[in-house]
Design a protein around this ligand. Sequence first.
Ligand SMILES: [Zn+2]
Ligand SMILES: [Zn+2]
Length: 343
Amino acid sequence: MKALRKRGAEPGLSIVEVPRPGAPCAGEVLIAVEAAGICGSDVHVYEWTSGYEWMRAALPLTLGHEFAGRVVEVGEGVSEPVPGDLVTVQPTASCSACAACRRGHPDLCTAKRTLGLTRDGAFAPLVTAPAASCFRLPSGVDAELGALTEPLCVAAHALEVGGLRLGHSVVVLGAGTIGQAIALLAKRAGAAPVILAGLDDAPRLAAARDLGIEHTVDLAAEDLEAAVTRIAGGKVEMVLEATGVPVSIRDGLGILQRRGVLVTTGIHAEPVAFDLTGLVRNQHQIRGSHASTRRDFETVVRLLGEEGDRLRAMITHRLPLEDGVRGFELSRQRSALKVMLRP
Ligand SMILES: [Zn+2]
Ligand SMILES: [Zn+2]
């Protein structure tokens, strides 16, 4: 079968012929992938920017961690899911043996394995995954909506880390999928106003407005502080950063009310400088949010069942797996929001 793989520690990806996976081992299932989204982190791996050196040991590797597909075969001891089920998969599986796992924090596992980052992922017609990581999609949710589960979970987790409450004023920095998902879920959780800012990001900000995020700001045309004052009437209670651009931390702190919280989700290739005394005097907090938990998956899968179709506008391109590299270029040039590969 053909797979989209990272062959070595250098920029690029290639379509490569690989052996079809064998029968799944005990506790695992074999899934026929129907849709797999290109993530911002995949783009970093494609470009081979710093921050992903730890992947070196896992190469060569098939990427793809945001996906859904049909279970075709199950290994020994698996009672759920069953063949024929349409599932999405939490890509990170914990070891259940390390100190964090034993303390009941599997999401903090120090020996976790992640599909598409440390074991073969879903940019291929078939992928093997742990049965316990599978979530059956509700009726009415198809594979491409199901493949949005993981990025929505990353967003849901960031809001939980921030402690978002009804009526909070929120600015989201970054108009990519994670930024858009954060803004959407913040609105759904009752935040107001929710402002989404991007830099020279017209196509993705237009997609955001189609999704119902009415307050968008293009920083190429308007100053952030001025725009936030215009829309929110002053500084905001929470800023969520999804850019990976160092200056966004300083900018985010600049529009944050005293005692406000800045949640950062971006992967920053460079150290970030900001005014720490200002942070102390303003009693600001910076909190890091990364990946998501099993509970986030349960929440988001349920949410997709209720109003999944509304989120379909997040998907701007659908391509066959063979055109995967073109999909990466579209994502990289920020002309696309979510690119779905259909193996
Ligand atoms: Zn992702
Ligand atoms: Zn562990």
